[in-house]
Design a protein around this ligand. Structure first.
Ligand SMILES: Nc1ncnc2c1ncn2[C@@H]1O[C@H](COP(=O)(O)OP(=O)(O)OP(=O)(O)O)[C@@H](O)[C@H]1O
Length: 675
């Protein structure tokens, strides 16, 4: 099998890096080595080179949200940028900087109050089409909990690929992706039982089924440990290498993760403070006369013997143990650290005036167990600038600068970056013809557009018809119901039936069960419809509140007979699904020619001895059980349709529906019934 050159190179770099570190943290490195080997040997990328590259450019993007009655808050302030295919882009910044907002606006999840231009391969973004060719993986894994990994994959394959792809090809694709994402061993595990990393991999696997060219991920490493985070990012990098545009927002990545990004987009207060290669953060800061504070980097990886953090001031280490010297003169007492030291020497220089023993704690992003490196003095220098060996401090430095820890330089950085318009620090476009000139690069977008047109059908159209999707979803619903059998409710119904001394007649019992279950299902679908429009707090309030009139209508007129019920109330009763449930329940128990009931011997007269009399008194003498079932079916469908339209409306970008959607969103965001 021929491995694409770029892929091969990247994997070799990865493997070399591992060689540099492999003694430092075995577990992490073993996993990464495994991952890199997997990338090299897998035919995944060869098979998935088919998708055309998509480059997303945005200019002067502004996003505001209403605050209170008359005020508004600007979350994105005229930011610009270019996120390219074949690259793994990280949107970084301190909390509240606007990372998720930018991601949501670019993905098309937030459209309402945004201004500016978003271009997809040089053309204005068509939101409907863009949504079809991009995928958004949320921070929380929205997986079907009561299905196994394989079932999830199968359903996704049938939904996304339809009948146009033969079953054996679908199976093959599922297998390939599962092997690639190391999910094969867990294929029969229920999703709810998966680990955090496995859930994240499954979320990605589900989106890879129909090979989307653009993938957005909101904080994909949140909740994952170091190893799982590294695996996740290596995987995303690998996906990006197959002609995809992978954009994720991320918090505090480790050095290894940071070094995996091809492009970092650093935000502060809704603006762009840096966009380009992670390695260029220090040169960028230097270009603004913001040399990496000398007291920072060494402190991040040099620690004193007792593990206390060392503080370096202007080339001097204020620790009892460490003072400045030249790392180029360093020797190590541990032969296993020889290659590491060689690398240290080539990548940076630290000057120390006298022989000292130090511990390198973090090198290449890995924590090194305390090992001694003896540093002997030769040429003490005090005017040291510390470019860094570990990339961790690179961006932390930047974040600290952005947090005004070294004075307020934010404005200067934003101006230098032209709020994202400056592409000076960008990696050259791999999918475009190589060019020195950025404008020339952009003119090559035409070629990319031609490619786009070629593949547009594949990208913009779903291969499964609406009817097929309906059937698959119905199957999924039944599958989940089967996996999640509610034994307890069945038990509860059975106990109630027996304890109330009802006749043990097969047909009557079945009817009783059916009507109970049916009412539960209709209630659930009403709940879905409510939650499709309202937030959780309001839904919890509105749901029970709405069932009160349904209940009152259900019991109205009981004991007085149906002839005394006003016509208006009678009409309203047609809309109470609980009424149908109650009628069905009473008829199931007392209808169908039930024998007369037992009258205690000490009673002279039992008014409700005959079930027909009871039915007459509660106004249900003319009720037909199957009519109630039919009415409940209609209500079930009506609530499901209502839920469907409400959800559709929320996703719609059509102006007419946008107005309704806006009202819905307004209620959802601004009306909280518990206030
Ligand atoms: N609907 C809203 N109304 C008012 N302010 C909002 C709204 N949505 C977001 N914000 C504010 O906008 C800012 C940016 O939010 P965003 O979620 O994009 O930040 P972030 O960089 O992703 O932060 P974090 O890393 O903590 O998730 C925050 O200060 C947030 O409070």
């Amino acid at each position: 099998m021929e491995i694409p050159e770029q892929l091969n190179d990247d994997c070799n770099i990865l493997l070399n890096e591992i060689d540099c570190n492999h003694r430092t943290n075995k577990n992490v490195n073993e996993v990464i080595r495994e991952q890199a080997t997997l990338i090299k040997t897998s035919n995944f990328n060869n098979n998935y080179q088919g998708c055309p590259p998509i480059n997303i450019e945005f200019m002067d993007l502004t996003y505001t949200v209403p605050v209170g009655k008359n005020d508004s808050k600007i979350l994105l302030r005229s930011v610009s940028g270019l996120f390219k295919s074949n690259q793994l882009t990280a949107i970084m910044g301190s909390s509240g900087a606007g990372k998720s907002t930018l991601l949501n606006v670019l993905a098309g999840y937030k459209t309402g109050h945004s201004n500016g231009t978003i271009l997809v391969n040089g053309q204005p973004r068509n939101l409907n089409k863009f949504r079809k060719l991009s995928r958004y993986i949320m921070q929380e894994d929205l997986l079907q909990p009561k299905m196994t990994v394989l079932e999830n994959m199968k359903i996704a394959a049938y939904l996304k690929l339809g009948n146009t792809v033969p079953s054996n090809e679908k199976r093959q694709k599922i297998e390939e992706i599962m092997n690639m994402l190391r999910l094969a061993k867990t294929k029969n595990t229920m999703t709810s039982c998966l680990s955090g990393g496995e859930k994240k991999r499954l979320s990605i696997a589900l989106e890879l089924i129909n090979d989307p060219p653009v993938i957005f991920l909101d904080e994909p490493t949140t909740g994952l440990d170091d190893v799982a985070s590294t695996q996740c990012i290596s995987l995303l990098k690998m996906i990006a290498m197959a002609n995809r545009t992978v954009i994720c927002s991320i918090h505090t990545p480790s050095a290894r993760i940071f070094s995996a990004f091809d492009h970092v987009y650093i935000m502060t207060e809704g603006q762009c403070a840096f966009a380009g290669l992670g390695d260029d953060v220090v040169p960028f800061l230097s270009s603004l006369n913001l040399n990496c504070p000398t007291h920072y980097n060494p402190a991040d990886f040099v620690r004193t013997e007792n593990g206390k953090k060392t503080v370096v001031n202007e080339g001097e280490v204020s620790s009892e143990k460490i003072t400045a010297n030249t790392i180029a003169d360093a020797t190590t007492t541990d032969p296993t650290l020889g290659p590491l030291l060689t690398r240290l020497k080539t990548e940076r220089s630290i000057q120390m005036p006298e022989k000292k023993v130090v511990h390198f704690v973090e090198v290449c992003g890995q924590v090194i167990p305390p090992t001694t490196i003896t540093v002997s003095p030769k040429t003490p220098k005090m005017n040291t600038v510390y470019p860094t060996i570990s990339q961790i401090p690179l961006w932390r430095n930047l974040i600290e600068v952005l947090n005004h820890e070294y004075g307020d330089h934010t404005e200067r950085m934003i101006i230098a970056m032209e709020n994202g318009r400056c592409y000076r620090w960008n990696k050259p476009l791999t999918c475009y013809k190589s060019s020195q000139n950025e404008n020339e690069n952009l003119s090559n977008l035409k070629d990319v557009m031609d490619d786009r047109k070629k593949f547009s059908k594949h990208l913009y159209e779903f291969n499964s018809s609406g009817w097929l999707q309906f059937n698959i979803l119905l199957y999924r619903m039944f599958l989940q119901m089967w996996h999640d059998r509610v034994i307890l409710s069945t038990f509860y119904i059975a106990v109630t039936y027996v304890m109330t001394d009802q006749p043990l007649e097969f047909l009557r019992i079945i009817k009783f069960f059916i009507i109970c279950m049916y009412v539960a299902i209709v209630s659930e679908s009403l709940g879905f419809a409510i939650s499709a429009q309202l937030n959780v707090v309001n839904s919890i309030f509105v749901g029970p509140a709405l069932s009160v009139p349904f209940m009152l209508l259900a019991v109205y007129g009981m004991g007085t007979g149906s002839q005394h019920i006003p016509i208006l109330i009678k009409t309203a009763m047609f809309f109470s699904y609980i009424r149908y449930g109650l009628e069905g329940l009473v008829t199931a128990i007392y209808g169908n020619g039930r024998q007369k009931m037992i009258c205690p011997a000490d009673k002279i007269f039992c008014e409700l001895l005959y079930p027909d009399e009871l039915l007459r008194q509660v106004g249900m003498e003319n009720v037909n059980y199957w009519f109630d079932i039919a009415a409940l079916t209609v209500m079930f469908i009506a609530f499901k349709l209502l839920c469907y339209f409400l959800l559709r409306m929320r996703l719609s970008t059509a102006p007419s529906k946008m107005a309704l959607s806006f009202i819905g969103r307004f209620i959802k965001n601004h009306v909280t019934l518990t206030k």
